[in-house]
Design a protein around this ligand. Sequence first.
Ligand code: PEP
Ligand code: MG
Length: 592
Amino acid sequence: MKKKAKGSPAHRNLVLQGIAASPGIAVGQAFLYVEHDLEPEPRVIQPSEVDSEIQRFRESVERASQYLKSSKEQLPPSYGKDVGKILSIQLDLLQDEFFLAEVENTIRQEKLDAAYATFVVFKKKKEKLLAAENEYLRDRAFDIHALKKLILKNLMGEPAPLEVGHPAIVVAEEIGPADMVRLHRQSILGLATNTGGRTSHTAIIARSLSVPAVVGLGNVTEKVENGELIVLDGYEGCLIVDPEPQVVRRFRERKKKLVVYEKKLREESRLETRTRDGVPVQVAANIEFEEELGSLKEVFADGVGLFRTEGIFLNRDSLPTEDEQTRVYREVARMVAPNPCTIRTIDVGGDKVLRWLVYTEERNPFLGWRAIRFWLDHPQYFLVQLKAMLRANEPGNIRILLPMISGLEEVYKVQELLAEAQRQLREEGKPFNPEISLGIMVEIPSTAILADLFAREVDFFSIGTNDLVQYTLAVDRGNEKVARLYSYFHPAVLRLVEQVIHAGKRQGIEVSMCGEMAADGRAIPLLLGAGLRHFSCASALIPEVKKIIRNLSVAECRELFERLKGLKTTQEIREAAEAFYRQKVAALVEVT
Ligand code: PEP
Ligand code: MG
């Protein structure tokens, strides 16, 4: 199916590819939500008008605040905390005196009217955020954009009515959280936007409200007519304009099956996970942002197996304070108690740069100043994170996880720092729970090889296959030119994984896996066969992973693993794993 221009006679079946932001399929009429022109003409004002324009700007900000507050108050309880939190973030931004002063200075110094000054300052801020390296930060640009629109609407009059009136798929340039809440009230079928990323607030809200959504479609608002029939596929991240009847039928049937399948899957997720032959298995969640917490209960996650804390550090100009970090860690720990809450100390460096520290260019960043190496060279910051974890550990379920450990010295140094963190907290009279487990990511071959030694020094292992594969096979995990060489079915990787599991078992410590391998239906039988009993993956994948595990027996998996261990090449192992998958797993999880 080729891409064609809107309005062309053969507009049928136009496929637009975007980013899958929220799963689900929607078939229905498009509601084109195009707001009135929000690009004010530059207007130079007289010095005598400065004060009144500043006053107009302040009043518009106040009205925008009221609008956000009332949206927040109208939130039905079913919306969970995420949506309210997002509205609070926008409210906080509107109270940022420093930022608002920029607009007032522009009015005063450049003699521009309130609308144009708002337009210029907010646009600059948005562009700065969009140029950020970090995806999460880039997504925050949409909050600024949403606020700009709200203020401009107030300044320029005519707030666009947001009445869809009938169940429809909303197609918009982008939708701010406040509008999103109002839209959802009107039972929208789905959402398609020109802009946005996987972690943009609109995407997060769409997921938490279970509205299928595709974002980052480029120019969908120019390709779709109001009232036109469209199909939105939130799994594949695509949208089909004016689909043929057989395409509609196909999607409607798939949707019916998926709805039934997912409902059942989530219901079953409540069951304790045991293999067919009765072996209990834990399936925990990998999370990156606080916003994801809401979904953990729905999928009955067995706690958090990996909380990547980088998100807290990257999205800002300064180190998050001990109190701020304590609040976040405490919230996550309380939410999942009494299940374990595994919080990984920061894993920056490589491609993730902290704005508040000066970095030097590195020739091999993934072999460089990353994760634990970086943190141990900045003990003053590391201590802040350790103290926050100790203070947050009231429920007693927090476990500290150290990334990129390559030698025992690093563990010893962290143990010393942990003792120092406790000493400082005692001195400062801050209450904390000293009973905290310390574990390591096993993601560097040296650590996997020495797993028996490490097992005597730490409380648990978490195998990070994403890095273990790249470091074992010398294949950059982000380089598409060598992607065909990147495989966890390589015999060397399997041998290391088995060795780590056995070393942990012999010492009686927990061995978990949080790399992507743990959620791959082709790899799960092998992992069970190798003895893995703790899996951790993105929360949306948990119900399916649990289902696969419940339908396998350890005995058959062990037999499979022993057989595949004897094979010499990645290709042979992958083919054998796929054959087993087709025979035993595919029918459980593939909805066609
Ligand atoms: C891993 O390396 O497998 C892992 C889970 O960590 P990350 O993907 O954050 O490097
Ligand atoms: Mg890693």
